[in-house]
Design a binder for this molecule. Structure first.
Ligand code: PLP
Length: 380
C-alpha cells in the first residue's frame, strides 16, 4: 500500500484495536435493529403510491434545488398535507433528517443566542450546532434543572439573545423520553425556543402518530423535526413550524438551498404514509402491544429495566464484548447490532434492540432466550 493510502489504513487499524471499526453488514436475519417501526418500508400501499405517481407522469429525479427547477408539485402537496397533519402553519421537506437537523441548528439560532442541547442529542444536531453562530452548551441528559442552570448562567453573564432548547422526544439509543412539558415551560420563561427531534416518535406516539410533542404543535416557539425514514417507512424529513421559520430556512439554510431536492416520488410516498397513519390506527395499537410485550420479556429474561418504548438498549459497556454478542446473535438468526462510541458515550457500548412490526411475539421470546444464554456465556 502506498504511503498516501497507508495513513487511512493506520487509522482503521487503530479503530479495530479499540473495537470501534465499522463495516457494512448484510441484513438477512430477523429484524431486531431497524427503525421501520410500523413495517411500512415494504408497504403495498406505499408501493402502489409510487406506481400511481409514475402513471401520473411524476419524474424520478427532481432535477435541481427546490429554489431552482427542483420544486415539484409533489413536494408542495406533501408540505401542505404535512402542515395539516402536524397542525402547523407550514412544513418543509428535506432529503434527510441529517440535513434537516444541520440546517435547523446552523441557520435559526443567531449570534448572541444560546443553544442548550441534551447531552445525548443526535450527531446531526451536533453538526448543525457546531456550525451555528450561537453559543452552545450541553445539559445533562433529561435534566431540566441542568437546562435551566445553563440558561440562567448565560443570562447572568449578559446573554441578551434567545435561548434554544434542543432535544429528542424519544432518544434514539436509550429509548427514553424528554420531559417536553417542563422544557417548553423553560423556553417560555426565558423567551426561548424548543426544537424537538421526533425522529423515533413520529408515526408511533401521539394522536395519529403526530409525535410526543403533538400538544405543542403550532406554537411560535416550537419547531418539530419529523424524519420520514423510520416509522414513516420512506426517507427524508419534514420540519413543522411557523411559516416565517420555514421561509427563513428556504432563504438561509445551506443544506436546503445547495442540494438537489428529494425525488418527487419520495414526496408521493411520504404523503401516502401520512394517510396510512390516519387510516390504519390499528398498526399503532398493535405495535404498542408488541413493544410492551418485548419490554416485559426483557425484564423477565435479562432482568434489565424496560425503556418504556420500542427502543431497548442492553448495556454491555465494553466495545469488543458488545460486538461479540451481537455477532453471535446474528449467527443465530437475530439481526442485532452493537452500538459503540462515538455514537454513544465512552464505556456504554450496548446492543440496541428495536422492536418493529416486522417481528412477532414468538420471535421476541426466542431472541431474548438466546440473548440471555449468550450474555451469561460471555460473562455479562
Ligand atoms: C434522533 C435522530 N435524528 C435525526 C436522524 C437523521 O435522520 P435521517 O436518517 O433521516 O438522516 C436520526 C437517524 O438516525 C436520528 O436518530
Amino acid at each position: 500500500m502506498t504511503e498516501r493510502l497507508f495513513r487511512f489504513e493506520k487509522t482503521l487499524a487503530g479503530l479495530e484495536r479499540k473495537g470501534r471499526r465499522r463495516a457494512l453488514l448484510p441484513h438477512d436475519a430477523i429484524d431486531f435493529t431497524s427503525n421501520d417501526y410500523l413495517g411500512l418500508a415494504n408497504s403495498p400501499r406505499i408501493k402502489s403510491a409510487i406506481a400511481e405517481a409514475l402513471e401520473r407522469g411524476v419524474a424520478v429525479g427532481s432535477g435541481g434545488s427546490r429554489l431552482l427547477r427542483g420544486n415539484h408539485p409533489e413536494h408542495q402537496a406533501l408540505e401542505s398535507d404535512a402542515a395539516a397533519f402536524f397542525g402547523t402553519e407550514r412544513a418543509l421537506h428535506f432529503s434527510s433528517g441529517y440535513s434537516a437537523n444541520t440546517a435547523l441548528f446552523s441557520t435559526l439560532p443567531q449570534r448572541g443566542d444560546l443553544i442548550v442541547h441534551d447531552a445525548l442529542i443526535h450527531a446531526s444536531a451536533r453538526e448543525g450546532i457546531a456550525a451555528s453562530r450561537a453559543q452552545a452548551v450541553l445539559a445533562r441528559h433529561n435534566d431540566v434543572a441542568s437546562f435551566d442552570e445553563a440558561i440562567r448562567t448565560w443570562r447572568q453573564d449578559g446573554g441578551m439573545g434567545h435561548p434554544w432548547i434542543a432535544v429528542e422526544s424519544l432518544y434514539s439509543m436509550d429509548g427514553d423520553r424528554a420531559p417536553l412539558a417542563e422544557l417548553l415551560a423553560l423556553a417560555e420563561r426565558y423567551d426561548g425556543f424548543l426544537v424537538v427531534d421526533e425522529a423515533h416518535a413520529t408515526g408511533v406516539f401521539g394522536p395519529n402518530g403526530r409525535g410526543l410533542a403533538a400538544a405543542m404543535e403550532g406554537r411560535d416557539n416550537v419547531i418539530q423535526l419529523h424524519t420520514c425514514g423510520k416509522a414513516i417507512g420512506v426517507s427524508g424529513a419534514l420540519v413543522a413550524a411557523k411559516a416565517v421559520i420555514c421561509d427563513y430556512l428556504v432563504n438561509r439554510a445551506r443544506a436546503f438551498i445547495y442540494s438537489t431536492a428529494p425525488s418527487p416520488l419520495m414526496a408521493a410516498c411520504v404523503r401516502e404514509a401520512l394517510k396510512i397513519l390516519v387510516d390504519e390506527p390499528q398498526r399503532r395499537s398493535e405495535f404498542e402491544q408488541l413493544w410492551r410485550f418485548a419490554n416485559g420479556q426483557m425484564l423477565a429474561q435479562l432482568g434489565a429495566p424496560a425503556s418504556g418504548s420500542q427502543i431497548m438498549p442492553v448495556m454491555i459497556g465494553d466495545n469488543c464484548r458488545a460486538l461479540g454478542i451481537a455477532a453471535r446473535m446474528r449467527a443465530e438468526g437475530f439481526d442485532i447490532r452493537a452500538i459503540r462510541p462515538p455514537t454513544v458515550p465512552e464505556g456504554t457500548a450496548r446492543l440496541r434492540i428495536a422492536i418493529t412490526l416486522n417481528v412477532d411475539r414468538p420471535a421476541i421470546v426466542r431472541m431474548f432466550e438466546r440473548l440471555s444464554a449468550i450474555s451469561i456465556e460471555e460473562g455479562v
